[in-house]
Design a binder for this molecule. Structure first.
Ligand code: DAH
Length: 338
């Protein structure tokens, strides 16, 4: 015959396993394991048992309590996982997710990248220099005398220590030549700064690609060929390129370059895009003095240089009417170039 405790255990397990919900399970727990529950009250009855019976019934009581406790835990776990499955079932996994916004390159960056790729095909290496410069690299070494208007405090951003924000990328010509002997074939894309009155075609910061090619027997023909190739690659084979005499202190002769192309938003008018010329012998002399040698002997070496206005090029290529749009970070503007 089975012990009444075993009977109690079987009843309890049956009730627990068939509990339809958490409330019924909790009621069963109180009924069997609660302070005055039927298993707990067996603990009380132990006192009245004989010495022989005590350990046997005590052991049985422990087993019954463990079995009932485990059954309650297991049933409770079933309810919990059921609940989780139900709540997950409510999520519609076929709904589209929140899309990641896809960014795009700034139109000026696109213009720079396209131009750089073309120059690289012609064998130009990339060169670099600091935006914060000294007067020597920005002016003196470039044959620009102290009374030149570009050096005027009203036109240039000077720092308290006398340095300045470079007014053009031509500084990199000097940095490249003082660092390495000829031949040189580099481009230097970067920002330049002027205290211009800001309007639709002038910003306090703008972007240029400087170019420098120094070798034996470099001539104006090389300059023209290089720039024509660039413009044709950028704007199409029907693009016309015009070279106009001009003046820059650091080149002789100096030429300004204009383009005209049906492909451009400017239509049928000439657009000025670049300053250029043959490196002035006085620039080579300044470089030699700084180097302390005669590496750039003007009788042996000649070179051409140019400074391409990137903002201007991007404006005519993309038909942007106002240079300030490039710096305003208006997504309605920028998204048009994605
Ligand atoms: N640095 C000139 C400017 O910012 C542009 C320029 C003209 C650069 C002639 C050159 C050059 O390298 O040869 O207006």
């Amino acid at each position: 015959m089975s012990h009444p405790l075993e009977q109690l255990r079987d009843d309890a397990l049956r009730e627990i396993d068939s509990a339809p919900n958490e409330q019924a399970l909790e009621a069963a727990r109180v009924k069997f394991l609660g302070k005055s529950g039927s298993i707990s009250s067996w603990g009380e009855q132990m006192k009245s048992l004989s010495k022989e019976e005590k350990p046997i019934v005590g052991k049985l009581l422990n087993e019954v309590r463990t079995a009932v406790t485990n059954a309650i835990d297991a049933r409770g776990e079933t309810f919990r996982s059921q609940k989780e499955t139900e709540s997950l079932a409510k999520i519609d996994i076929s709904l589209p997710g929140t899309p990641n916004e896809r960014g795009s390159l700034h139109p000026l960056t696109q213009m720079l990248d396209r131009s750089i790729a073309i120059f690289r095909r012609m064998g130009f290496a990339l060169a670099d220099g600091p935006d914060v410069e000294d007067e020597w690299h920005c002016f003196d070494a470039l044959n620009t005398p102290p009374d030149h208007p570009a050096r005027n405090e009203a036109d240039t951003f000077y720092l308290p220590d006398g340095r300045l924000l470079r007014t053009h990328t031509s500084t990199v010509q000097i940095r490249t030549m003082t660092a390495a002997p000829p031949p040189i074939r580099v481009i230097a894309p970067g920002a330049a700064y002027r205290r211009d009155e800001v309007d639709a075609t002038h910003g306090a910061q703008f972007h240029q690609i400087e170019g420098l090619y120094v070798d034996r027997n470099v001539s104006v023909a090389d300059l023209k060929g290089t720039m024509e190739y660039l413009m044709h690659e950028l704007f199409g084979a029907e693009t016309q390129v015009r070279f106009r005499p001009h003046y820059f202190p650091f080149t002789e002769p100096s030429l300004e370059i204009d383009v005209k192309s049906k492909a451009l938003k400017g239509g049928e008018q000439w657009i000025e895009v670049c300053g250029s010329g043959m490196v002035h012998p006085a620039v080579f002399e300044q470089v030699n003095k700084a180097r302390g040698d005669d590496a750039y002997d003007p009788n042996e070496w000649t070179g051409f240089a140019f400074g391409l206005g990137m903002d201007r090029l991007a404006m005519i290529l993309f038909g942007v009417p106002d240079i300030r749009l490039f710096a305003q970070n208006d997504l309605r503007f920028l998204r048009q170039f994605a």
